[in-house]
Write a protein that binds this ligand. Structure first.
Ligand code: AMP
Length: 190
């Protein structure tokens, strides 16, 4: 299984990514997690990425693409993978296409978690408060949603034209959303 998981910030991608990847015995590769680990470790990549992340902007494509290329070249990603939060721009789609072509591989599905954006903003604000994430201000939270709508939502059409999109309602209980995703993946054509 080779899956990309998309959806607006706060839609629960990370949680679902781990469950799906576990089910198929493939690694869940989250570009956000890799960036956060680098920020925590104060690596050059982390230092570069942090200012974009703090501002709710995307890290530049060249930086993100080469990081993903390295990660997908690891042996554990050979049988399959779930990409959580990548690709997020058209340039990243093209780069992923070329990585897959080089490896003579293909995507099986682009799972899109859908959610009401106002509700997401409310959820993220309460999370910022309970987890004491003072850097997650309302402005940054709203900006992330705007960047998603502008840069990433158009990718749904690109993958849709390839017949790869599975749209799943991401609201409600975690288990219910997981069931919806598995149902949709089981009914994949081919
Ligand atoms: P996430 O945890 O997936 O929401 O990612 C956290 C932050 O990492 C994002 O707000 C971006 O700044 C950065 N990031 C994660 N994935 C990407 C990507 N594919 N392209 C550019 N920036 C990314």
């Amino acid at each position: 299984m080779r899956i990309v998981l998309m959806g607006p910030p706060g839609a629960g991608k990370g949680t679902q990514a781990k469950v799906i990847a576990n089910h198929f015995g493939i690694p869940a590769i989250s570009t956000g997690d890799i960036f956060r680990a680098n920020v925590a470790g104060k690596t050059p990549l982390g230092v570069e990425a942090q200012r974009y992340m703090d501002a709710g902007e995307y890290v530049p494509d060249e930086v993100t693409n080469s990081m993903v290329r390295d990660r997908l070249a690891q042996p554990d990603a050979e049988p399959g993978f779930l990409l959580d939060g990548y690709p997020r721009t058209l340039a990243q789609v093209q780069e992923l296409d070329s990585m897959l072509a080089d490896a003579e591989q293909q995507l099986d599905a682009a799972v899109v978690l859908t959610a009401d954006q106002d509700e997401l903003v409310a959820r993220l604000l309460s999370r910022a408060e309970t987890e004491g994430r003072a850097d997650d201000t309302e402005d940054v939270i709203r900006h992330r949603q705007e960047v998603y709508a502008k840069e990433t939502a158009p990718l749904i059409e690109v993958y849709g034209e390839r017949g790869l999109v599975i749209s799943v309602d991401g609201m409600g209980e975690i288990d219910a959303v997981t069931h919806r995703i598995f149902d949709a993946l089981e009914n994949l054509p081919g």
